[in-house]
Each structure stands twice: as C-alpha cells, then as structure tokens.
Design a binder for this molecule. Structure first.
Ligand SMILES: CC(C)(COP(=O)(O)OP(=O)(O)OC[C@H]1O[C@@H](n2cnc3c(N)ncnc32)[C@H](O)[C@@H]1OP(=O)(O)O)[C@@H](O)C(=O)NCCC(=O)NCCS
Length: 195
C-alpha cells in the first residue's frame, strides 16, 4: 500500500477518522470494557500500560506513515473519542491485495450508527484510488456477535461464509480460550472503466 493518510483525516461530516494523539490515552484505555474483551481475539496484551504504550507508538509515527490504526471521533468534537479501528495484512502484499479490518467502540458510542458510518468511510477509502487501492477488504466476527455482523453488512461487507474454529476468544474473564466459528465478510474494489 503506497497511500498517504490524508492530513485532515477521513470524514463523512458525522464521524472523523484521525491519527492518534498522545492526549487520547485515557479515553483509549476506557474503550476496553467487558464487551470489547468478550469479542476481541486475545492476541495482544490489553493491560492499561500496554494500551498506553501502543497509543504512544501510533501517535509518534510520521504523519505520512500509514499507522494502520486510527482514532474514531465525532467530526464536530475531534477530542471526543468514540472508538478505534485498524487493519492488518494477512497475506504478503504484493501479490495479495487485501486487508483484515478490526474495530471497537466505547459503551457511550454504541447504538448510534457510528460503527457503520466509520466502517463504510474507511472501506470506501481503502478501496479507492486515493486510498489504499486494495482489491479486497475483509473481516471476521464470532458468529454470536450479532452487532458486528449487522455493522459489517450495513457498511457494504457482504457475508461470504463461515470459518469453523477460527477465532480464539475468552467467553469469561480469565477463562480458557474458546475457538469460535466466525462469519466472514468481504467487500471488493469496484470495477473501473479504462480510458
Ligand atoms: C459491535 C459494535 C461494533 C456495534 O457498534 P454500534 O456503533 O453500536 O453499531 P451501529 O450503531 O452502527 O449499529 C448498526 C446496526 O447493528 C445493530 N446492532 C448493534 N449492536 C447490536 C447488538 N449487540 N446486537 C444486535 N444488533 C446490534 C444495530 O441495531 C444496527 O442495526 P439496524 O440499523 O438494523 O437497527 C460495538 O458494539 C462494539 O464495539 N462492540 C465491542 C467490540 C466488538 O464487538 N468489535 C467487533 C469485533 S469483530
């Protein structure tokens, strides 16, 4: 991906996706409640110190660097954090041309349509010539995570199938890892006319 993240971020007028800033730290840590812990794969340390460290690192990247992680805020109140999004490459690029998207929202932000708006906005940019110009974006959520399924569909990522035993989650805090079946969603770059 040789895109450059727009200096002013991405906005649809209601939500704004922008680079992390050091002062987001407290609000960032506060996003990680039991719902986030319940549905997020346990791939990284989610202690407060580790979360603050991740945020500091993202905030210190040069502005043109695609940090692969962005703050989601209200467009009218850019200091008011709603959620976080990132993307990962699951296959070597090139020749692959796809990313997996993740997202999470604070309890105060849920149920207002912001997840749908943010995912639609990010997906449109990643698949556009101005953005990543990828061929495909995708995401997996646990089959039981009905909210994430609805958000993905409404944002234009259609359901493509199931992946059995794909996602390691902790159903209870401190409990054992349980490998959940996931629902895979994808959205591909629109066909382009030449000339
Ligand atoms: C799942 C999550 C992203 C939804 O965010 P949100 O901002 O509340 O979603 P929206 O307001 O955009 O809602 C979009 C649709 O999903 C539905 N929805 C949202 N949460 C839901 C839930 N828990 N159960 C069923 N439907 C739900 C809404 O009703 C809406 O559908 P509608 O327009 O047909 O009424 C958010 O609750 C969250 O961050 N959860 C914890 C982390 C997580 O699950 N991340 C995704 C991991 S794959």
């Amino acid at each position: 991906m040789d895109a450059i993240w727009p200096a002013a971020g991405l906005t649809d007028g209601s939500v704004l996706l922008r680079r992390w800033q050091p002062h987001d730290s407290d609000q960032f840590v506060a996003l990680f409640d039991h719902e986030v812990a319940r549905w997020s794969p346990q791939v990284s340390d989610q202690s407060d110190a580790a979360l603050r460290g991740r945020l500091e690192q993202a905030a210190s990247m040069p502005p043109e660097h695609l940090s692969q992680g962005y703050a989601i805020v209200e467009a009218e109140r850019p200091d008011h954090l709603l959620g976080a999004t990132d993307w990962r490459t699951s296959a070597p690029m090139p020749p692959f041309s796809l990313v997996d998207i993740g997202y999470l929202f604070g309890a105060h932000a849920r149920g207002r349509g912001v997840a749908t708006a943010a995912l639609r906005l990010l997906g449109g940019w990643l698949l556009s010539p101005r953005g990543g110009d990828l061929r495909r974006i995708q995401l997996d959520h646990a089959v039981a995570n009905a909210g994430s399924c609805r958000v993905a569909e409404k944002a234009g990522l259609t359901i493509e199938g199931r992946r059995p035993q794909f996602l390691p989650l902790r159903d209870t805090p401190g409990g054992p890892l349980v490998f959940h079946d996931t629902c895979l969603h994808g959205r591909v770059r629109p066909a382009r006319t030449v000339g």
